[in-house]
Design a protein around this ligand. Structure first.
Ligand SMILES: Cc1ncc(COP(=O)(O)O)c(C=O)c1O
Length: 375
């Protein structure tokens, strides 16, 4: 029997409808979108339809959306592109301590290039205080990059409020929406952002494809120079097959969003209630109880090591909140930033549900966890 997959924040399976949409572009419609003949036109049409579908999910125009090689590339393109393009105006970037390594590490790189980076703290539930953003802004600030939803806890950040503050000061805003796209609304005008990153493999498209929203009128130096693909913003012959896949994935996500928000959230809540019923105060929630992705449940099991608990549970595929480095268990930087005590956070397990999670799977997972905890 396949283990119960509760690790949708790590990656999602490719939706069968996505795989089906990609199929004709593997063997049949192999033209280069830049070619003027029929093969090229077919490929170009497919890429542009896919782009329109991504744009529809974000509420932007097609011209504001480019395809990239994934969430990490989108994030790097914004951070490095803004730092380079706006180097005359300033050298200060504001981000948070709980960002994904795909933000933290380009920031560290930029620090080595003379950029000053402020890593804002978060509160006990993992939220950035917009007031801290306001206080951190200086006349030299060129970008604020705060993730929309955290990958470990699911906690949502007050992006719209942060964007309002940024606008008052004429500072650009980026959000890494890799975890929120397809799970909650991610309309760029509601969020008020200038840049937004998407990772295809979190939204039932393949790995190695992503997208980046760049607000119309903003121009940043591309990460990859070459020919004029993607409106001159990202060179390289289009990955037609994967572009089509991400487009389809975004169309499916848009249509499925109301159901997802309702039904996946109900299952997640059922999961949480059942664990609370059985474990009482031996489990502690990590993250905001409400302002949280509908699919994410990160809990500390008191008195156990999360990784050891999961080792006893080969029937469940989930993640721990602590990483094992050379034999030592170390608390994740996210939980550390939230001030989760080390002995408690060692017991952290992240369960993330998805489109294909069933009630039976949740009920079985609860039974299995209870049994593993007792042994
Ligand atoms: C919040 C966040 N940002 C960025 C990424 C990186 O995306 P990708 O794996 O497509 O490069 C991930 C995925 O692990 C993520 O969870």
């Amino acid at each position: 029997m396949q283990p119960i997959y509760l690790d949708y924040n790590a990656t999602t399976p490719v939706d069968p409808a996505v795989a089906e949409a990609m199929q004709p572009y593997i063997a049949m419609h192999y033209g280069n979108p830049s070619s003027g003949h029929a093969f090229g036109r077919k490929a170009k049409e497919a890429v542009e339809e896919a782009r329109a579908r991504v744009a529809a999910l974000l509420g932007c125009t097609s011209e504001e959306s480019i395809f990239t090689g994934g969430g990490s590339e989108s994030n790097n393109a914004v951070l490095k592109g803004v730092a380079y393009t706006y180097r005359q105006q300033g050298n200060h970037i504001i981000t948070s301590q709980i960002e994904h390594p795909a933000i933290i590490n380009p920031c560290r790189f930029l620090e080595g290039q003379g950029i000053r980076v402020t890593y804002l703290p978060v509160d006990r539930v993992g939220m950035v205080d917009p007031d801290d953003v306001r206080k951190a802004i200086t006349p030299r600030t060129i970008l604020i990059s705060i993730m929309h939803a955290n990958n470990e806890t699911g906690t949502l950040q007050p992006i719209a409020e942060i964007s309002r503050i940024a606008r008052e000061h004429g500072v650009l805003v980026h959000t890494d929406a890799a975890q929120s796209v397809g799970k909650i609304p991610t309309l760029v005008d509601e969020l008020g952002v200038d840049f937004l990153s998407i990772a295809g493999h979190k939204v039932y498209a393949p790995k190695g494809i992503g997208a980046l929203y760049i607000r119309g009128g903003i121009s940043i130096e591309p990460l990859i120079h070459g020919a004029g693909h993607e409106f001159g913003r990202r060179a390289g012959t289009e990955n037609v097959i994967f572009d089509v896949g991400l487009g389809k994935a975004c169309a499916v996500a848009k249509a499925d969003l109301p159901r997802y928000q309702r039904e996946v959230c109900q299952l997640r809540d059922l999961f949480q209630q059942e664990l609370e019923k059985r474990f009482g105060d031996r489990i502690v929630l990590n993250g905001h109880p409400e302002q949280r992705l509908p699919n994410t449940l990160n809990v500390n099991f008191r008195g156990v090591i999360g990784a050891e608990l999961l080792e006893k549970l080969p029937e469940i595929a989930a993640s721990t909140g602590a990483a094992c480095h050379s034999g030592e268990v170390e608390l994740s930087s996210v939980l550390k930033a939230m001030g989760v005590p080390e002995e408690l956070g060692m017991g952290a397990v992240r369960f993330s549900l998805g489109r294909y999670t069933t009630r039976e799977e949740i009920e079985r997972a609860v039974e299995l966890i209870e049994r593993a905890f007792r042994t």
